[in-house]
Write a protein that binds this ligand. Structure first.
Ligand code: NAP
Length: 301
């Protein structure tokens, strides 16, 4: 299997790379990609994937593709420019990746393309599985269009899996990077009422999910990349306190957070009770199915 990865220099991609044999990484900056991934320069393809195609000759022999590109939703205020960038860095890049693959000598067998549980939008206590419709907010529309961007590959007979990733919990990045410091200081607490559902996944399980989708030839279509046990924000808060041995009396009001960080606050308060129905049907097994075991692993020294 020869795997091509976009977004391979990112937090998830750099944890996936050690599990792959001689992957090819597409990056906007070869020097920094070499540093971040530890890969030799001949395994890095420098390309402004948002505005151009990957040279066809570099795609020869690629059998599998993992698409993890996308600007961080958590960094910076959601101004009009930032929102355009969040959209373009997922949809234009995926369109360019797909067009590049369509122009290569041979098509890959499989493409695992990132999406997010943001697909479903704010849904209260509804239990959400892959067949549920998309929401109507900004992130839902991005996810919908992001998934649609791979349609030419589907039409050409490539096995395409859309991985609707939940809140990824792991060491050294993602949501934990922001949440751990206040919790460690005993200044952590629930967000608002704490009743909103959080659909989370341990980074190690997410990496195994990507490998599973690459290898299981019967898997196709949307897959919720979440643990089988989503939790309410107040359960999560208690579990963080217990894992760290710290109090969690504080709470963050939505209005205050909205004033402080803008529209991104709505995302933090959104309730999504997502179940990984397709992974369970396909026989995927979790190393960290519950929040207590996941957090114990992550906060361990
Ligand atoms: N982490 C999570 O909790 C989470 C949850 C749901 C979905 N996801 C999705 O999973 C994917 C990977 O997540 P991650 O946390 O690993 O992301 P990340 O660490 O932010 O890395 C994403 C990569 O995308 C590339 N990129 C960033 N901005 C770009 C832009 N404006 N134009 C073109 N390329 C750009 C960068 O690669 P180069 O600099 O090398 O070009 C970067 O390394 C993303 O699509 C993200 O939306 C993540």
């Amino acid at each position: 299997m020869s795997v091509l990865i976009t977004g391979g220099t990112g937090w998830i991609g750099s944890h996936l790379i050690p599990h792959l044999s001689a992957p090819l990484v597409v990056s906007r900056n070869a020097e920094s990609a070499k540093r971040k991934t530890g890969l030799p320069v001949d395994q890095i393809i420098e390309c402004e994937i948002g505005s151009g195609l990957i040279p066809s000759q570099r795609l020869s022999g690629v059998t599998s593709v993992v698409n993890l590109v996308g600007e961080s939703i958590a960094e910076g205020r959601w101004t009009a420019d930032k929102k355009k960038s969040l959209r373009d860095s997922r949809i234009q890049t995926t369109e360019n990746l797909v067009n590049s693959l369509m122009q290569a000598d041979t098509l890959p067998d499989v493409c695992v393309s990132a999406s997010a549980t943001g697909y479903y939008g704010e849904r209260g206590d509804d239990v959400l599985v892959e067949s549920d419709p998309a929401g109507k907010d900004f992130l839902s529309q991005i996810c919908l269009d992001w998934e649609k961007a791979t349609q030419p590959l589907v039409d050409a007979g490539v096995r395409v899996c859309h991985l609707r990733i939940g809140i990824v919990l792991g060491k050294g990045g993602g949501a934990m990077k922001t949440m751990l410091p206040p919790f460690r200081l005993g200044a952590g607490g629930r967000l608002g009422s704490g009743k909103q559902w959080m659909s989370w996944i341990h980074l190690d399980d997410l990496v195994q999910m990507i490998l599973f989708l690459l290898n299981q030839s019967a898997c196709t279509g949307p897959f919720n990349g979440t643990s089988p046990n989503p939790v309410r924000n107040n359960q999560f808060t208690k579990a963080m306190g217990a894992a760290l041995g710290r109090p969690t009396f504080m709470f963050v009001p939505q209005t205050a957070l909205r004033i402080a960080i803008g529209e991104f606050a709505n995302f933090l308060f959104a309730s999504q009770r997502v179940l990984p129905s397709a992974f369970e049907n396909a026989g995927f097994t979790y190393q960290f199915p519950d929040i207590e075991s996941a957090l114990a692993d992550i906060v361990a020294p």
